[in-house]
Design a protein around this ligand. Structure first.
Ligand code: SAM
Ligand code: SF4
Length: 335
């Protein structure tokens, strides 16, 4: 182990999110345009390079690794990567290996993920209606995702559902989603839509459903108690007293989490973003590629990047105007 990664605001960086591909088998309307152009495959870090990158971060104090994308499970050979990360769990250096997925490939991979040491996953699902599911994901099919969820639970993996709150789309399913998660013993987190990337004709401001409004709607029926639990990220949790369920709210547009932010994001091309809401990044690929067999330059580059982690982000959202908009796609940075 080398000295831990501490940023200029004395935050210890212990959480790395890694996008392993920008590709996806869905085209969710708030995330991608239908005719997305993806990066040439040669731009992507190879699986071996991803391993070296992640392993280096782990020697520098990263204890939690979340694999994301794009859709991580469409990356060819990705199970080799998960299998290889298991050694860090076994050594105790890594406390958690997890992923965020759309669930489409889980039926095939759930047992292998469990075998690699994955014990919790986040599955994105915005509606329980087949037709609406096909509309919002364009290419996704709900029955397949439901089978994936079954497979994950059967394998012994704890599932959390992530639902993007979309005005006029899933407002009417709020209680159905809560009940469904309760019945299946899954946690549920709502996410506010973020202004990211050029996604074509959709007007994201019209989709924006404030989570304070969503929460108020829940509170008309249930007693909600704020939980002290913090993950260092943008999620805040409440407990529904009547059912005992934990519900999360991710409001990336608010600044209420920046002061405790413990995470950085690595793109599938090896760029390190220090803040989801800022364009500041550091390209770690040269340090990796120009020094085969010597991780010291990569560690120096990582340390230098972390010394530039900003205090917080600049998102600002209002009905009239979107400022602080970030031009890259979530699928590139890894949501
Ligand atoms: N494909 C995987 C999935 O959908 O879970 C992982 C990558 S996806 C970019 C990660 C999360 O970002 C998903 O929960 C998705 O709903 C969310 N997301 C994508 N675009 C978003 C946006 N513009 N605003 C808020 N959340 C978004
Ligand atoms: Fe794919 Fe996830 Fe983006 Fe949907 S949100 S298009 S599943 S990367």
């Amino acid at each position: 182990m080398t000295a831990p990664l501490i940023d200029p605001f004395q935050r210890a960086i212990s959480y790395l999110r890694v996008s392993v591909t920008d590709r996806c088998d869905f085209r969710c309307v708030y995330c991608m345009s239908e005719n997305m152009t993806f990066l040439p495959k040669k731009e992507l870090l190879t699986l071996e390079e991803l391993d070296r990158m992640c392993s280096t971060f782990i020697t520098m104090g990263v204890e939690k690794l979340r694999i994301t994308g794009g859709e991580p499970l469409v990356r060819k050979g990705i199970m080799t990567f998960f299998d290889s990360m298991r050694r860090h769990l076994d050594s105790g250096a890594l406390r958690e290996l997890t992923l965020t997925t759309n669930g489409s490939q889980l039926e095939r991979f759930a047992d292998d993920l469990y075998a690699a040491g994955v014990r919790r996953i986040n599955i994105s699902l915005d509606t329980l209606d087949e037709k609406k599911f096909a509309d919002i994901t364009r290419w996704g099919r709900l029955p397949r995702v439901l089978k994936g969820i079954d497979a994950a639970q059967r394998a012994g993996i704890r599932v959390k559902i992530n639902t993007v709150a979309l005005k006029g789309f899933n407002e009417d399913e709020l209680f159905a989603l809560v009940d469904w998660c309760k019945a299946r013993d899954m946690d549920l987190t709502f996410i506010e839509v973020m202004p990211m990337g050029d996604i074509g004709n959709e007007d994201r401001i019209d989709q924006y459903w404030k989570l304070t409004d969503l929460r108020a709607r829940l509170a008309e029926t249930y007693t909600l108690t704020d939980l002290a639990e913090r993950t260092g990220g943008p999620a805040r949790y409440v407990q529904i007293e009547e059912t005992g369920q934990k519900i999360g709210f991710i409001t990336p547009l608010s600044h209420n989490f920046c002061e405790s932010c413990n995470r950085v994001r690595l793109t599938c091309t090896g760029e390190l973003f220090m803040c989801l809401g800022q364009d500041d990044m550091c390209d770690l690929r040269p340090a990796l590629r120009n020094n085969p067999g010597d991780d010291a330059p990569l560690r120096d580059a990582i340390r230098d990047a972390i010394s530039h982690k900003p205090r917080g982000h600049d998102f600002d959202y209002s009905r009239q105007d979107v400022s602080g908009r970030v031009t890259r796609h979530m699928s590139h940075t890894g949501g």
